[in-house]
Design a protein around this ligand. Structure first.
Ligand code: GA4
Length: 344
């Protein structure tokens, strides 16, 4: 349950609903090699240039798996608060209403988890009873009992990571990069810093001040790519390059892809990370799951040489992912422009 004081509710009240996004580009990941795949690769590149955002169809992630994870996650969020809080942790674990360390609040509770290379979530990501069924293993005397939510999240993370790599391979093709894994290897590496976030936005409370609430405030994702899925409930909004906000129509079958800051750097600003936020206006709970594909901590980030052109100038100074990540987590507010500190 998310409980906010009146002053906190006022802080996250939003004035108005935004118009629906006129067109969300769709990219078919299952397009057959040849002309259809080349067209999909071009559509992907245009979408990244224009909006930093698109949806993928033909993604190969079984929808039964997705629905099973969503149902298990809803079961977790329905647990008594004390049980969920027992697994509270920073930066990974369960948390409610507080996002990051800069004082951001939202009408949200969530699980934030690290994903290991095989797509599995290490036990270390789950403080003893973060997940309902992990508690039984806390005495260490027995082998861990089966935990449906953990198992489903592992399976889901593995499937979505594979899909994210497929998207990045198609992207490399569209950008004319060789080798095919020029970008995807950064997310597929054994040390890649991938994360999974499961968000629960409870239905909007009765409000005296304004009728909308911020679920997750405006920000860009620091990673290379984010793969987002929600349970067919509205709330996601993205900002166009001119700053106008639009709501993304819910889609229960596709996955949405966000360009992150690190991809903006790799493409020397050709792709721009998309500003987005979540607004809570619905009578229905929204559950969303986001896979964040980040590079290994020591990975140097700089524009890919093949995208610089002759005599091209890098818009960013070189830095490591570890450097960027620690600068983004050090008390920064969601809304902050974090990349500007790394511009040349
Ligand atoms: C946004 C993307 C991911 O959810 C996240 C978030 C992180 C957090 O929740 O701790 C951050 C946010 C995100 C960007 C700026 C900093 C860090 C909260 C915040 C204020 C896990 C991430 O990597 O960056």
């Amino acid at each position: 349950m998310v409980v906010l004081a009146k002053a906190e509710l006022e802080q996250i009240a939003l004035p108005a609903a935004q118009p629906p996004l006129a067109h969300v580009r769709a990219v078919d990941l299952s397009a057959a090699p040849g002309a259809a795949r080349a067209a999909a690769a071009r559509a992907l590149v245009s979408a990244c240039e224009e909006q930093g955002f698109f949806r993928v169809t033909g993604h190969g992630v079984p929808l039964e798996l997705v629905r099973a994870v969503e149902a298990a996650a809803a079961g977790f969020f329905a647990l008594p608060q004390a049980e969920k809080e027992a697994g509270a942790g920073r930066p990974v674990g369960y948390a409610s209403k507080r996002i990051g360390t800069g004082g951001d609040l939202g009408w949200i509770e969530y699980l934030l988890l690290s994903v290991t290379s095989a797509g599995a979530l290490p036990a270390a990501s789950f403080a003893a009873s973060t997940l309902p069924c992990a508690a039984a293993a806390a005495d260490g005397s027995r082998s861990e009992p089966s935990c449906p939510l953990r198992e489903l999240l592992e399976e889901y993370a593995a499937a979505v990571r594979r899909m994210a790599c497929g998207v990045l391979e198609l992207m490399a093709e569209g950008l004319g990069l060789g080798p095919a894994d020029a970008i995807s290897r950064l997310v597929a590496d054994a040390d890649s810093d991938n994360m999974l976030r499961v968000n629960h936005y409870p239905p909007r409370p009765e409000l005296q001040h304004g009728s909308l609430l911020t679920g997750f405030g405006e920000h860009t994702d620091p990673q290379i790519i984010s793969v987002l899925r929600s349970n067919g409930t509205s709330g996601l909004e993205i900002a166009a390059r001119d700053g106008a906000w639009a709501s993304v129509p819910p889609d229960a079958d596709s996955f949405f892809i966000n360009v992150g800051d690190a991809l903006q750097v790799l493409t020397n600003g050709r792709f721009r990370s998309v500003k987005h936020r979540v607004v809570v206006s619905s009578e229905r709970s929204r559950v969303s799951m986001i896979f964040f594909g980040g590079p290994p901590p020591g990975q140097r980030l700089a524009p890919l040489r093949q995208l610089m052109g002759d005599g091209g100038r890098s818009r960013y100074r070189e830095f490591t992912w570890k450097e960027y990540k620690s600068s983004t987590h050090r008390g920064s507010r969601l809304v902050d422009d974090r990349l500007c500190r790394f511009e040349n």
